[in-house]
Ligand binder design. Structure first.
Ligand SMILES: *Cc1c(COP(=O)(O)O)cnc(C)c1O
Length: 372
């Protein structure tokens, strides 16, 4: 096959001329990092776009999670899900906390609130749910449980940039939310991320923490921090991409519509149902293949796609609770639904400039395999 390879994700690129203009400003000022003008501008624009009191920019999404956990002053156990990217679980472990794995819902793969309360004990200090694939968690019920049991909530919102639930920005839920601006995400700064929160007191603390624990503008270092600053070049990329975000999301939406049209209503092929009260960003298109009904499973479909140079991803397989780095820690993980989903899920290529023809090419291969 000599068709052009299709990868699962492809970074969105703003017009080069717009980025070059930003670079000219940077060359002129010689301010490359340390909370420069581009950093400040991006922070302000994101606070407006995400409709949130505070945005603290970071070098990437993973450090945003670590900083969020640190800022909340947690101890002991954090309840989370294993159906996520490595980063979520590793952030908890790297902060010296113990992840306790809760199962996920069958319909949208977010944390199952019916199973959550049974995992809370006197060592639990927080819940770290994931808006996986941009499916917003049951934020009302999570907050109700957290309030009643005195727990903090940090959302991994890496997949949910720009989304709303009942018209409310996703960045406003819980105590904090962590976003990733990695190149593969719907909004990116090449590498980057941020925390969003309402608590004014955390703003200065996070500015210190991302600069080795130094109190800004002083010679004092009361905290052990890290280096998690966003550079001016990265912030500039974000400013350019933010201007084109609606267009990126609109194009992804067209691709998702096409996928749904071709793959909806097939026995054994399960798609996430779109909910009326969520405004989606259409970053991912996960499909669950039930071998029991189709005669071919997820791995067979992935191999067939690969033979045609289409590289779908087994997101999220394996579960993070099955990682080598977790296996020997004796962590609790009674997660039958997560295991079922993880063994059958395939994330199909979706990016802002994927064409309808490419989506059709992918669907043709899948349908041919199923109909055999
Ligand atoms: C991408 C991602 C992260 C980490 O973000 P980076 O910017 O790559 O460090 C964390 N959690 C989830 C669910 C992600 O998809």
């Amino acid at each position: 096959m000599n068709e052009r390879p299709i990868l699962v994700a492809r970074p969105s690129m703003p017009p080069l001329e717009e980025y070059r203009k930003m670079l000219e400003d940077i060359w002129e000022s010689r301010i490359l990092t340390h909370t420069g003008p581009k950093h400040r501008q991006l922070q302000e624009e994101l606070e407006a776009y995400l409709d949130v009191a505070h945005v603290s920019l970071m070098a990437n999404g993973h450090l945003s999670l670590e900083m969020g956990l640190t800022a909340m002053g947690l101890t002991g156990e954090v309840i989370t899900t294993p159906f996520t990217f490595a980063s979520t679980t590793q952030a908890i472990l790297r902060c010296g906390l113990v992840p306790v794995f809760c199962d996920i819902r069958e319909d949208d793969y977010t944390i199952d609130c019916d199973k959550l309360e049974g995992l809370i004990n006197d060592r639990t200090s927080a819940i770290l749910p994931v808006h996986v694939y941009g499916n917003i968690c049951d934020v009302e019920r999570i907050q109700e449980i957290a309030d009643r049991r005195g727990l903090k909530v940090l959302y991994d919102a890496a997949h949910a940039f720009g989304e709303t639930w009942q018209g409310i920005s996703v960045a406003r839920f819980g105590d904090m939310s962590a976003f990733s601006f990695n190149a593969t995400k719907v909004f990116h700064t090449v590498e980057g991320g941020c925390l969003t929160f309402a608590n004014d007191a955390l703003d200065e603390f996070l500015s210190s923490m991302r600069q080795f624990g130094q109190v800004t503008g002083t010679e004092e270092y009361p905290y052990i921090g890290t280096n998690a600053k966003m550079s001016e070049m990265h912030a500039a990329m974000g400013l350019c991409n933010l201007r084109h975000l609606e267009e990126y999301i609109g194009n992804r939406k067209l691709a998702v519509r096409r996928y749904r049209k071709r793959l909806e209503g097939i026995e054994g092929v399960r798609l996430c149902r779109e909910k009326e009260n969520i405004k989606y960003n259409y970053t991912y298109f996960p499909v669950l293949f039930e071998e029991e009904k189709l005669g071919i499973g997820r791995d067979g479909i992935a191999d067939a796609l690969k033979r045609h140079s289409v590289f779908a991803r087994k997101y999220f397989y394996p579960l993070t609770s099955d990682f080598g780095c977790c296996k020997d820690l004796g962590l609790r993980a009674d997660v039958p639904v997560a295991k079922y989903v993880s063994e059958r899920i395939l994330t199909l290529p979706c990016y802002s400039d994927i064409t309808c023809e490419e989506v059709d090419r992918i669907c043709d291969i899948i349908l041919e395999q199923i109909r055999r």
